[in-house]
Design a protein around this ligand. Sequence first.
Ligand SMILES: Nc1ncnc2c1ncn2[C@@H]1O[C@H](COP(=O)(O)OP(=O)(O)OP(=O)(O)O)[C@@H](O)[C@H]1O
Length: 459
Amino acid sequence: MGYGGSTRAEFLMEYLPAMLTLNNRPNAAAAPTLDQVVELIPDAFVILDGNHRLLAANRAALDCLSLSREALQGMGCGEFFLGVPGDCAGAGRCPLASPESMSRSVSVLVYGGRGRQRLNIRMTRHSGDDGDFFGLLLYPDAATVSGSSENVRLVGQSAPMRELMRMVERVGPTHATVLLLGESGVGKERVADYLHHCSGRAQGPLVVVDCSTLGEQIIEAELFGYEKGAFTGADRRKIGLFEAAQGGTLFIDEVGELPLAMQSKLLRVLETSRIRRVGGTEYIPVDARVVAATHRDLASMVTQGGFREDLYYRLSAFPIFIPPLRERREDVLALAEYFLREVEGGASHLPLSVPVTDLLVSHHYPGNVRELKNIMTRAAILAGGGPLLPEHIAFQSRQAHDADTGLSAQPRRVRTACTEAGVRAALAASGGHRSEAARRLGVSERTLYRYLEKFQIRG
Ligand SMILES: Nc1ncnc2c1ncn2[C@@H]1O[C@H](COP(=O)(O)OP(=O)(O)OP(=O)(O)O)[C@@H](O)[C@H]1O
């Protein structure tokens, strides 16, 4: 077994290429259709073509993703895995483009009808005369199954962690808006998950939105949804993440990246508990508890005019600071063992030898818990069936921001620093067109606008 799917699903995945080849033969009148083929698989299953567009999904997948067949068909991998239109292979973050996804099950974030959810995927790829396709078996991550104790576990027994857990358990059951503060990779999303499960809303959805991955144009539509015809391409009504989080929690990650115009809209929702879809006229009541997070210093952003003061005070009604891992070294070994157990066969390397533990405890962890997780995953793979030795522990702090699922060197979020001269040159070279200038600089339009403000460039 090994990947958590059912035996029948595993068996059918083996035969899928043959079934699809049969299906594509021009005179195969009696061959099953794609939709019939996927229904043979009992677990949630989707098929994508070689361009990473969704071709078919079975009933179990539609239920698991809370999407209609129409909404899913034709969706690109960018929308599926990142919540943004198009494909995400170019950004180096597409699980379909990662060889790792082929060899074992990987944990990924997927955007469904209820916002972002974590799922495990097991993939099969078929290349033939009729082109490429990918078959994806989807099953809920053990860490997101409601009520699972693993789900809600915060590993760590240091004094700061115990204090943090006490605070989360105290504020969890209330309706207070919580602001999670801490460096990247420190565990903000994990704490939000724990908080959700400590609230009376644990049976409701936990919807995650990462403001740093959404462009200015789509963030409003993502949060509030839109009506059919609200803008070009809005060919159907779509509910937003606030509505998707009804009865549950909306986790707004990297809230410091929200554009100013959206900040005032967010404040209004927090104050009125009502939203209005883009292009809509009706105000819709929403019952979603908001937890926000940032690695940025919001107070100084307020001073510099980058963040609204009123929203800052509204969000920081209950701030919780998650200390960096280097300030709670007592947690390093517990976390290291926990992550090792998560890797297939990893538990066989326990207990860790003294030279390995000495090495782990002495590191600075600029990438925090995420860095430690990647180190342990890599170490388990390098050690294989033999003992886990100090040389298997590779501190590569430049990779501190790798995505959770990847051992690749792709940066999780690239932040580019532009000089005033560079911005002016890009504007001049693009005849003053800001979108073109942003493209030349390799930043989003929103980032460019921030630079224009910072350097006081007008026109
Ligand atoms: N206390 C903990 N116990 C178990 N796992 C943890 C803990 N803290 C963090 N992790 C794991 O470490 C990884 C990074 O944590 P997480 O994504 O929550 O960090 P973050 O602060 O939200 O990062 P970013 O600022 O980049 O969004 C995740 O896989 C998470 O599950």
